[in-house]
Design a protein around this ligand. Structure first.
Ligand code: F6R
Length: 369
């Protein structure tokens, strides 16, 4: 049932192009608009929303962090994203004009469930993004947008994460479409770009051998740091989480702009630092800033592992290891940038002799608070 792979995780990583394509299937019509009729919150209600709040845990929380950038950009609605376990206990401000989005692969995570119950008690509409048909979270929500990743067996989430991102983009673009924003043309262009994104994920998967080799050489390291900016920041957090849970290594993700406020003191000779570089097209200020961050850490001895778009030559002089990803619109980059980090963590775990599919101390669904 592992389909020829040694681990479910490897199989699930490989299934990502299909999972992404399946999650888009039937949701874009012939004219290039989104049809999310299955989201049974009427457009009239969606037009009255004045705030979006996303709640989730772990990897699903990282998908929510990325969704915030997309929702605020394409809809101009304020969007908060919070760990479900924190949200519930801080008396959050919610009302009937708040759309709460609960993201959960299993649909059974207790913290997320308690957060959504609390939101509904305050009169908010709750939309679930979920991978498990008929599970508790979608059953208790006002509406659900299912991710079509198929069953995810490995404890560490991979294909579910990519499909959560796709679902989040669909919701953000749909809200933009329904409410009408000045980004109408961009929204239509991004919907077109989404249609070819599964191919881009597949392309990344085809180039992962050097990443595996690199991971094996780092098996005896104690710490790996991850840096990103904008949507690359949650990607960095996700890379660090995967490494913690699978390789049992100390790993931390930082917003690259925060380096000088503390973390740069951690940099020492030969410390591996993975940097997720935003596209040099699009918002080029972001790109230039991260290139200076790479220079700063390398000058202090870091071993830089740079994930950058094809054709980005500015990073070449400062990259000890360079991982190329296909060009995508800025907001969609996490769909391709996360994949090398999954492969990296999986290979490091294997090199360290760890049980990849069933890391110690972890359960696939966390049904206690
Ligand atoms: C990490 C991982 C966990 C889950 C988290 C939420 O690889 O799998 O962090 O993402 O426990 O689970 P769901 O999405 O089922 O609510």
């Amino acid at each position: 049932e592992k389909g020829g792979y040694d681990y479910f995780m490897l199989k699930e990583i490989a299934e990502q192009p299909k999972a992404v394509a399946d999650t888009l299937l039937g949701r874009i019509d012939g004219s290039g608009s989104l049809t999310l009729d299955e989201v049974r919150i009427p457009p009239r209600v969606l037009r009255e929303i004045d705030k979006v709040v996303i709640v989730a845990c772990g990897t699903a929380f990282h998908a929510g962090m990325i969704a915030k950038y997309a929702i605020e950009h394409w809809t101009r609605l304020p969007c908060e994203v919070e760990l479900a376990s924190e949200f519930r206990y801080r008396d959050p401000i919610l009302d009937a004009q708040t759309l709460v989005i609960a993201i959960s692969q299993s649909g059974e995570t207790m913290d997320t469930l308690m957060a959504l119950r609390h939101a509904r008690e305050q009169g908010s509409k709750v939309l679930a993004i979920c991978n498990t048909n008929g599970s508790t979270i979608p059953r208790e929500s006002d509406a659900v947008l299912y991710t079509h990743a198929g069953p995810e067996v490995a404890v560490a989430s991979t294909k579910a994460f990519l499909t959560q991102l796709v679902a989040c983009y669909l919701v953000a673009l749909y809200l933009g479409q329904v409410r009408g924003t000045k980004w109408g043309d961009e929204i239509r262009a991004v919907i077109r770009d989404l249609s070819s994104i599964a191919g881009a994920v597949d392309q990344v998967l085809g180039t992962m051998e050097p990443v595996r080799e690199l991971a094996r050489t780092l098996a005896s390291k104690k710490t790996v740091l991850f840096l990103g900016r904008h949507v690359g920041y949650p990607v960095a957090l996700e890379g660090a989480l995967k490494l913690k849970e699978l390789a049992y290594m100390h790993a931390e993700g930082f917003a690259a702009g925060e380096l000088k406020h503390g973390p740069i003191a951690l940099i020492e000779e030969d410390l591996p630092v993975v940097v997720v570089v935003p596209s040099p097209r699009g918002r080029s200020v972001l790109h230039d800033k991260i290139v200076s961050n790479i220079q700063e850490i390398r000058a202090r001895g870091a071993r830089t592992i740079v994930i950058a778009e094809e054709g980005d030559e500015a990073v070449v002089p400062y990259a000890d290891h360079l991982v190329r990803i296909p060009a995508t619109p800025t907001l969609l980059q996490p769909l391709v940038a996360t994949v090398p980090l999954q492969v990296f963590a999986c290979e490091l775990a294997t090199a360290r002799g760890n049980e990849v599919d069933q890391p110690r101390n972890l359960a696939k669904s966390v049904t206690v608070e």
